[in-house]
Design a protein around this ligand. Structure first.
Ligand SMILES: [Zn+2]
Length: 174
């Protein structure tokens, strides 16, 4: 399902009325006058499951989607930004994490959210150097949980990542 906000009824380049056309096996909005095609792709996001001495850092989400729920730090990758750089930036912005090491990418999954439509989230495991954390942008709270205390996750990407961690808990001392 394409998010309504991403459908163009008029061409953003020349203002002509858009038409529907099958291009590369999918129906897309197409401008018959200038040829502009509205390719709608998922937005790329990153998430970081921070670990420190066997505990897991989560934030309480301060904004939609899933406002109020506990989740890993996450955010969108900016234009020309590498995902791991985006991840460390978000860890600092949302949770005040200044020193962290990326251990591995647990996977990447597509979710549908009412706020943004389709989002692909690359979920990383991150080792924190200390437990100095503080709720920042987009987070109303931060806290550490044991793996067994981690609440039910609202998105497939986080559910899948924690399923992997449960299988690998000995490897990461969780
Ligand atoms: Zn046009």
């Amino acid at each position: 399902m394409i998010d309504e906000k991403r459908i163009f009824y008029y061409c953003p380049k020349c203002g002509s009325k858009m038409e529907k056309k099958i291009i590369a096996d999918r129906e897309r909005d197409y401008c018959p006058k200038c040829g502009y095609i509205n390719y709608v792709n998922p937005y790329p996001a990153v998430a970081g499951i921070g670990i420190y001495k066997g505990k897991i850092l989560l934030i309480q989400r301060g904004i939609e989607p899933a406002k109020g729920s506990w989740a890993p730090v996450s955010g969108f990758v900016e234009y020309e930004e590498d995902p791991e750089i985006a991840l460390l930036r978000e860890m600092e912005e949302e949770a005040g994490v200044k020193h962290a090491k990326v251990l591995k990418c647990l996977g990447a999954w597509t979710d549908w959210t009412p706020t943004y439509g389709n989002v692909i989230t690359m979920v990383y495991l991150v080792e924190l150097e200390n437990n100095k954390v503080k709720a920042g942008d987009d987070a109303s709270n931060v806290d550490f949980f044991s793996l067994d205390e981690v609440p039910e996750m609202r998105f497939k990407c986080f559910k899948n990542a924690f399923d992997i961690l449960k299988k690998e808990r000995e490897k990461w001392n969780l």
